[in-house]
Structure formats: structure tokens, C-alpha cells
Write a protein that binds this ligand. Sequence first.
Ligand SMILES: [Zn+2]
Length: 393
Amino acid sequence: MTGQQFSTTEMLARLVAFDTTSRNSNLALIEFVRDYLAGHGVAVELIHNEDRTKANLYATIGPVDRPGGIVLSGHSDVVPVDGQDWSSEPFTLDTRDGRLYGRGTADMKGFIAAALAHVPEFVAARAETPVHLALSYDEEIGCVGVHGMVDHIRAHLPQPELVLVGEPTEMKLVNAHKGIRSFVTEVTGSEAHSSNTHLGVNAVEVAARLIGFLGQLRDEMQRRGDASGRFDPPYTSVHVGVIRGGTALNIIPRQCRFHWEFRALPDQDEDAIIERFNRFACEEVLPPLREVAADADIQTIAQAAVPPLVPFDDCPAEALVRALTGDNAPLAVSYGTEAGIFQHADIPAVICGPGSIEQAHKPDEFVTVAQLDACDRFLSRLAAHIAAGGTEG
Ligand SMILES: [Zn+2]
């Protein structure tokens, strides 16, 4: 089998050129990767979304019928460039001063490019240990796409031993991250002329009360702190990001909705936060409103949920990265990743990838040539490691 060969930089240029902003289809990128892998004789499965406009890709190099093996995981989508002031075209890889600029270079097409460029090396290793590639969609809008792939693996495929998620960590080992839960709360009040405040239910003011309660929870979490001493900020954070309500100053507003989230330390009881919020809304705030307007209501709808990544003793994913990098000082990060979702599905995962989260989501996003070189060395060591017959250090 003679497939195409790419350096990591050449592959990155190809991947960046696909505008895989989450609102777009990722199929052009996925089909390009599928064809590239097929050229190297690698078995590929696509796991589509319901309307078949997007797909996850799961590929196996080496034996396809046995459990175990190492998953190299990345998300194919990127955040929008709308309203950002870029010095070069964001979807054209631009090399300046040892840096490769373009949307997704750090988050996280750099890692995907390196993994793909090493496919010929993994194939040549003819190892007993499979290397799997897992590319997801819609990570940037709440880790939406990967669930379909994880469910598919669990239901239909041999279980891999461990997952390396290549989010940008400057090639450092990350074995813990916070969990994310996000919500929309919709308040339904009752209109009246603004002079008759006693006849209406002011949805904006109700929302303000609820947001005030979230502020109390936030302060309480801050006081409780982080017993592990590993996270920055060292507490479960609570945040309201968007609010919309009201139509005119002289109308008591009937509707108000706000979007909020919390990012929980791994040892935080996440449901307890939601239960307390709902209890406050339903037992304290709502009953007096219903006396004014029978259809007054407060509805909180769950949006994204990303489980935390929880470190544990003898984690095989951690052992492998320690062995390959020599990094024995794992870090914890406050952003969520698909690693938490893999771990939640009983597939141990850690994070290690090129580039810095400092450059992610910003204009002039870049990854340095030095970081990609470090990732290339890491993957070559991985190829040698599986060729020698191991999965762990
Ligand atoms: Zn990312």
C-alpha cells in the first residue's frame, strides 16, 4: 500500500484550510482524512450525526479485532473567527518567525496533523498493539459530537485501553480537569402597564433574584476552595454569560432568559448545586409570583455536560505519557475536554498536546514549530514503543 506522505506542517496546512467552524459541516475534512487513511490501508469508520451533516471518524491501525490499544483523540471543529482582527487569512496556514498561524493550529489541528503525519510510521511498526485515531465534531459547542463515537465504541468495537487527548498543553501531561455544566433559565412573568407594578410579574426582576442566588453560590464555592491545591482558579466557578429580557420601559416584562454555567472541581457534587438552585427557584421565588399570575414559571434547561477528568492511581494513560515524555509532574487545568467523557465511559484518558491554551480561541492563533517538533518526537517514541510490544511504560 503506497499512501500519500505529509510532514506535520504540510498536513496542518491541509487541515487548517477546511473551515470547520462548529456551525459548518466537518465532512470535507473528515472525508479527506478518510481517503488519506485508506491510502495507507487503515480501516476507518464514520459515525454521523442524525442529519448526516457531520461525522466523527474512528480509525484503527493494526489489529482491528482485539481490545486494547492507544487512542489519539482530537476534535475537528474550531471556534469562529467572526469579529476577530487577524493579521493573516485565518484559514490559510501562515508561517512567520517560527510560528504557524491559522485558526485551529493550537486548538487542535496541530495535534491531529502530527498524528496523521505519523500514520505511515504506525503502520510500519506492524505492532500487536492497535493505534486508534478518534476525530470528533462539535467539541467547541459543549463536547456534543464525541458522545456518539464513545457510545459506538462501547456498543460495537473492542475497548481501547487508553486515550491521549491532544488539546494544547505545551506537551505537558495533564491528568485532571474541571467538569462543566451549562443551563438556560427561562422566566415567564406577566405583562402589565409599568405603572401597575402590583398587577404584573416582572420577569427581569425575577431573573435578577435568581442570578443573585447564583452569586451567593459562587461566593460559597470560592470560600470552600480547592482541597487538592491544583486548580487555577482554586474553586468551582459559577458564571452568567448572557441575559435577555423585556421589550420596553413602560411594559412589565413577561419574558427573561439567561445562560449560566459552573465549572466544578472533580470532588464537587455537581447535582447539589443544581438542586439548590432549583429549590430556591421553585420553593422560594415562584410561589408568591403564582399568586399574581397563575402561569408564572421558572424553567431551567440543562445544556452541555462535560464530566471532570479525575486523576487516579496506576492510570495506564498517565503511565504511558510519563514514560514517553519523562514528565512526572502532571498538571490540572480548568477547561473541560473530551478526556472527561472518555474516562466517564471507563476508558482512562489524559491530555497532552502541542501549543498553548493561551493562543486558543484568539485572533492570530498559532502553534510554534518547536511545539510541533516536540509532538513529532513524542509520536515517534510512541511508534517505537508499540513496535517494541508495549502499551504502558
Ligand atoms: Zn480544543
